[in-house]
Write a protein that binds this ligand. Structure first.
Ligand SMILES: [Zn+2]
Length: 281
């Protein structure tokens, strides 16, 4: 009887333990920040002095001759999933075929592995105060850190490739593959769904990869860690308006339409922004 009670007690405790873990996870994963109140974002978002995004004023950039970035496995077709993360739509690649895509070279001092590609509507960075309707972030963590969470402890832990998109009359095939599955995740936060065709990371990049801006900044979502080397391509890629509408038809955890998900522009604070046209030697 003692043991029965004891076991029952254990069972009860275990049950409540599981419930409280689920509850706690719910609290931790629930958004305690929103795009409607960026002034209340925590951590370095308020205190930092090299925050992102910024307006890139072309006449203030520093022209540098640089070698091009090396893109490893960017041209391979990967099985991919999309996930509604409640504040963005993210794309992740399965590495069953080969090593994960990675980048190195040029302004990038070591090897960085692709974590995900996600989207902001409208764009977060502006060029000469022009704001494009969409921006993709190719988030990479320092390969030696092993994952994105660990990489946040390195001063140079993260490299983000930022692609701006302008509207086009012609639809972009890769967005057709993504938007075909958006309905399956639109109202389901943190429940990834596999795309019905393989895609390559390269298919989301602009044609001209040699011309880009580079500067030191932060994550553009809490906690706005100042560990990011930003590469912003100066040539936009293209998306058709109906594709953009579908891509951004995403709902938050409270099932409210995520109308926009870009952070306001941050002060440059004298940071140098490099510009290269690939005129390397
Ligand atoms: Zn982003």
């Amino acid at each position: 009887m003692f043991y029965a009670c004891f076991y029952f007690y254990c069972y009860t405790m275990k049950f409540y333990g599981i419930i409280s873990i689920i509850f706690l996870n719910k609290i931790v994963s629930a958004q305690n920040w929103s795009y409607s109140r960026p002034d209340e974002w925590p951590g370095e978002c308020q205190r930092g002095n090299r925050q992102s995004p910024i307006n890139i004023n072309f006449k203030n950039t520093i022209m540098e001759m640089m070698r091009p970035i090396e893109y490893v496995n960017y041209d391979r077709d990967f099985v991919a999933v999309i996930e509604n993360e409640g504040y963005t739509l993210a794309l992740k690649f399965d590495n069953e075929c080969c090593d994960k895509p990675s980048i190195r070279g040029s302004v990038i001092q070591s090897d960085y592995t692709l974590h995900n590609i996600h989207f902001h509507w409208a764009a977060e960075h502006t060029i000469n105060n022009r704001r494009y309707p969409l921006e993709a972030h190719f988030v990479h963590y320092k390969t030696e850190a092993g994952n994105l969470t660990n990489a946040l402890n390195f001063g140079d832990g993260v490299v983000v490739l930022a692609v701006l998109y302008e509207l086009s009359e012609i639809s972009n095939d890769v967005f057709d593959v993504i938007t075909r599955t958006v309905d399956d995740v639109a109202h389901r936060v943190n429940q990834p769904v596999q795309l019905d065709a393989k895609i390559s990371p390269e298919s989301l990049l602009p044609e001209n990869l040699d011309n880009f801006f580079a500067y030191q900044g932060s994550l553009t979502t809490p906690n706005c860690n100042e560990v990011v080397t930003w590469i912003v391509y100066s040539q936009p890629a293209e998306i058709e308006e109906s594709q953009l509408e579908k891509l951004s038809d995403i709902y938050t955890e409270d099932d409210k339409r995520l109308v926009q998900n870009y952070r306001p522009l941050q002060a440059v604070n004298g940071r140098g922004v490099l510009y290269t046209r690939g005129n390397y030697i």
